[in-house]
Design a protein around this ligand. Structure first.
Ligand SMILES: Cc1cc2nc3c(=O)[nH]c(=O)nc-3n(C[C@H](O)[C@H](O)[C@H](O)COP(=O)(O)O)c2cc1C
Length: 390
């Protein structure tokens, strides 16, 4: 073992200890049936536990049926859906990792096609209900479509807001019943809670719209209601879009204020993503406010400056995400204090054993002790020749 490697230091949040700082970012698989996890979900999520990511988040699990992005999304609005996830959670525990669930409501971005079917990612229409599923009425803060040709959502009234708030609470309880040990509220990517925050999604003139305070009200109520319903021991994350990257949209200054308020409401970690409110986002590579107008801004670690500033100014832990691909890059993010955790998505799909390989390359696990025993004895690079042809 070399000097301290921050990426592999455990992190205790409330009464839950994550064995390292590597988190599986939520990754929709569009492979559920009636919201129920399938063998694919077991294979997908258990692989990351074999790979020893510290915290394995499920994909966005819809807290109610109309909150699914597609008909094939995971659901957590009934007990059968929760039970279908229990074996996955048990396996993740057995591997010494922590299982987390992302609780989500797609709002006006619901009722679309999976990305890998014909016309992927576009809104469902009645004509192709047979192949892709039937469209359903979407809901949002205001009756504003994401873009031309998208579903016109219904604006939630007071009863509707209460229903959705309760759906988040019930979903959280259900997830904990089957053993999940961490939860994340999805407040990013243009989905329901984000569309309340952003002036581009929220044009209400009641208490839930208008100025920043009004626009934050519903997401903060959801966070407080979920926190009140779950044991103190359970870490609660919130994924936010730190910037909309659009003229007149949500800005990083807003995120700092939101992070403080979420912290007061009992959120433990702010997961700092960006974009998704609609239209083409213009990302920024630093926090100086200088807009970048091309996709080249999506360079490695392009969202890390958001996590850094939010962490420094809100005193809430942060998780960085977005093109984190190299162990040294990840180590630097943690060591420099930019974030407390790194979430990795596509690179983990490419290489689910990334954490084990990172531990080897950073000198943390020279003897393959982190590997599952079934593999450890055989994968030792120094001894592979001896274990051949047994
Ligand atoms: C296939 C796929 C599915 C995703 N599903 C979700 C999701 O369910 N919830 C979410 O918040 N983000 C989702 N994302 C975004 C990722 O969690 C992550 O933030 C993004 O891919 C950037 O990280 P990366 O560069 O490490 O992949 C998804 C991304 C991909 C590629």
């Amino acid at each position: 073992m070399t000097d301290t490697v921050h990426l592999f230091e455990p992190l205790r949040i409330r009464d839950t200890t994550l064995p390292n700082r590597i988190v599986v970012s939520p990754l929709c698989q569009y492979s559920a049936i009636d919201g129920l996890a399938q063998p694919w979900h077991f294979a997908h999520l258990s692989t990351f536990a074999r790979g020893k990511a510290g915290l394995v988040f499920t994909e966005a699990a819809a807290v109610e049926a109309r909150g699914r992005i597609t008909p094939d999304c995971l659901g957590i609005w009934n007990d059968d859906q929760a039970e279908a996830l229990r074996p996955i959670v048990d396996f993740i525990d057995e591997m010494g990792c922590v299982a987390g669930m992302q609780l989500a409501h797609a709002g006006r971005k619901a009722s679309t096609r999976a990305p890998f079917v014909a016309k992927g990612g576009s809104p469902l229409s009645p004509e192709d209900a047979a192949e892709a599923g039937a469209p359903w009425q979407t809901v949002a803060p205001s009756a504003l479509p994401v873009a031309d040709g998208w579903h016109l959502p219904e604006a939630l009234d007071a009863d509707g807001l209460a229903e959705v708030r309760q759906a988040f609470v019930d979903a959280a309880r259900r997830a904990l019943e089957v053993g999940f040990r961490a939860l994340e509220l999805h407040m990013a990517h243009g989905y329901l809670l984000h569309s309340f925050l952003s002036p581009l999604g929220n044009q209400r003139d009641d208490d839930y719209g208008g100025d920043l305070e009004g626009r934050m009200r519903f997401p903060l109520e959801v966070a407080a209601a979920v926190r009140a319903a779950i044991p103190d021991a359970v870490p609660l994350f919130a994924r936010i879009s730190a910037i909309d990257g659009r003229e007149g949209g949500w800005e990083l200054d807003d995120s700092v204020i939101l992070a403080r308020r979420l912290g007061e409401a009992g959120v433990d970690v702010i997961d700092c993503s960006s974009g998704g409110i609609g239209g083409a986002p213009r990302f920024r590579s630093d926090d100086s406010g200088k807009p970048l107008t091309t996709d080249s801004a999506r360079e490695p670690g392009f969202q890390v400056p958001f996590a850094r500033r939010i962490r420094a100014e809100s005193e809430v832990r942060t998780m960085a995400v977005g093109v984190i691909v190299d162990p040294r890059q990840a180590e630097e993010i943690i060591a420099s204090g930019s974030a407390d955790l790194v979430a990795i998505g596509r690179e983990l799909m490419y290489n689910p054993f990334w954490p084990l390989h990172a531990a080897e390359s950073l000198g943390v696990d020279p003897d393959y002790e982190m590997w599952p025993k079934q593999y450890a004895w055989a994968v030792d690079r120094r001894a592979q020749i001896k274990t051949m042809n047994r």
